[in-house]
Ligand binder design. Structure first.
Ligand SMILES: Cc1ncc(COP(=O)(O)O)c(C=O)c1O
Length: 433
């Protein structure tokens, strides 16, 4: 019985892939040509999916157009960096004005302080901060800061967490930065306390995504985060919240939702207005170690730390578009969509569920509870089928079932997404139920 369903599912996917390949000849050709200079035609691992990814020609508002001329409504939102949608007028105006005044000025510019002020106002735990060029770099700097300040070496992280290209704990990654990591199960208070007690004397920091993003959109419980905060303080380790993905999930990120004060926070994604961005910051006592007017200060000289485009666009986004009120309203829309999705799955009797928080949603092929990364059922064939069939219906999100809703989405887009998903679930009921 199971084999019959698995065979039918595999056949459905093969047919779907054939339709996809036939519909996207220009992207297919571009993918083959790209392999001559990029390994596997790819320069960003998360952008590959089988049989080949479509290549985008342009984006406008909530829409994307590919090289073969298809238009998609964008529910991926550039893995959360595309919160503002494509070519938002406020972002475009700020970026154009910055370009008009020179790109790389080689000194402080008129935008960096404003963005720092906007961020410290949103995140009261961040008294001082430093900009970087990516979330990966922000996390590497936060880890390095904790080790330098405490004189300790170990970093506690969580199974299935993702903190960047060289900080991935989704399985073992041979390209990870060579720090002594202690890996704990997510949302397991007892295990975390035991590990922190055991390694406390050499623990420089506890680093956590307050919602596993790439690991399946699995929020940490408030109890778990508070326990980590307390245990870190008890043992003199820094508590670092990686809000690269989650800072958008409330007016002041997840730390604001739960009233938690980390020692350091890392940022990235949409906060550069859609340009490359990262930042790390926190308590004055920690961050003043980077004050170059003090002798013996730590160094952090990155060439593009205050690049004008990211600074100007990021500041315009927070000032004019993603105000605290908009953050609350947008996340309420995400919660409403998640509820509707779960209602649809129950109504149609499919073994699926939507997880996440606010405007970030994870789609999974199971009804069993998901509290840790390893609770997620892989369901690679189901995920591939859903992904290609939703693309065929004009909706784009990540193969793994990850959605980050961009601001320009209209109610009609959300209704359309739900009805396309219902259509897929009905058409493939025999293999998805
Ligand atoms: C939670 C989290 N931390 C860090 C990163 C790394 O950011 P970047 O891709 O800008 O290096 C990501 C990226 O997806 C992320 O989701």
């Amino acid at each position: 019985m199971l084999d019959t369903r698995a065979n039918a599912l595999a056949e459905a996917l093969t047919a779907s892939q054939q339709r996809y390949s036939a519909a996207n000849p220009i992207s297919a050709q571009r993918f083959r040509a790209a392999a001559a200079t990029l390994p596997g035609g790819n320069t960003r691992t998360s952008l590959f999916y089988s049989p080949f990814p479509v290549t985008f020609a342009s984006g406008q508002g909530q829409y994307l157009t590919d090289l073969d001329g298809h238009t998609y409504t964008d529910f991926l939102g550039e893995y959360s960096a595309g919160l503002y949608g494509h070519s938002h007028p406020a972002i475009m105006a700020a970026a154009r004005a910055a370009l008009d005044h020179g790109i790389a000025l080689g000194g402080p510019n008129r935008y960096d302080v404003e963005l720092a002020e906007l961020l410290t106002a949103r995140f009261p735990s961040v008294e001082l901060l430093r900009f970087t060029n990516s979330g990966t770099e922000a996390n590497l700097m936060a880890i390095a800061t904790a080790r330098a300040i405490t004189g300790r070496s170990a970093i506690m992280v969580f199974d299935n967490a993702y903190h960047g290209s060289v900080l991935s704990f989704r399985g073992s990654s041979p390209v990870n930065a060579p720090y002594p990591f202690i890996v704990c199960d997510y949302n397991d208070v007892d295990q975390a306390r035991q590990l922190i007690d055991r390694h406390g004397a050499d623990l420089a920091a506890v680093l956590i995504e307050p919602m596993l993003g790439g690991g399946g959109a699995i929020p940490a419980t408030a109890e778990f985060l508070l326990a980590l905060r307390d245990a870190s303080t008890e043992h003199g380790a820094l508590f670092i919240m990686d809000e690269v993905m989650t800072s958008r999930l409330g007016a002041g990120g997840i730390q604001g939702l739960h009233g938690i004060t980390p020692d350091l926070t890392t940022f990235g994604k949409y906060l550069g207005g859609g340009f490359s961005f990262g930042a790390f910051g926190g308590a004055r006592a920690v961050m003043r170690n980077y004050d170059p007017t003090v002798s013996g200060a730590l160094a952090h000289p990155g060439t593009f730390n205050n690049n004008t485009l990211s600074m100007a666009a990021g500041a315009a986004g927070l000032r004019e578009v993603f105000t605290p009120e908009v953050a609350v309203a947008h996340n309420a829309r995400g919660d409403a969509l998640r509820n509707r999705l779960n209602g649809t799955f129950a109504e149609h009797g499919v073994r699926m569920q939507a997880t996440g928080l606010g405007s970030i949603i994870g789609l999974h092929f199971q009804t069993t509870p998901i509290n840790r990364g390893r609770d997620v059922v892989a369901a690679d064939t189901e995920r591939a089928l859903l992904h290609l069939e939703m693309m065929a219906r004009g909706y784009y999100f990540a193969r793994r079932g990850y959605l980050a809703l961009p601001l320009p989405l209209e109610p009609v887009d959300i209704d359309g997404f739900l009805s396309a998903l219902t259509d897929v679930v009905d058409e493939f009921a025999a293999v998805l139920r």
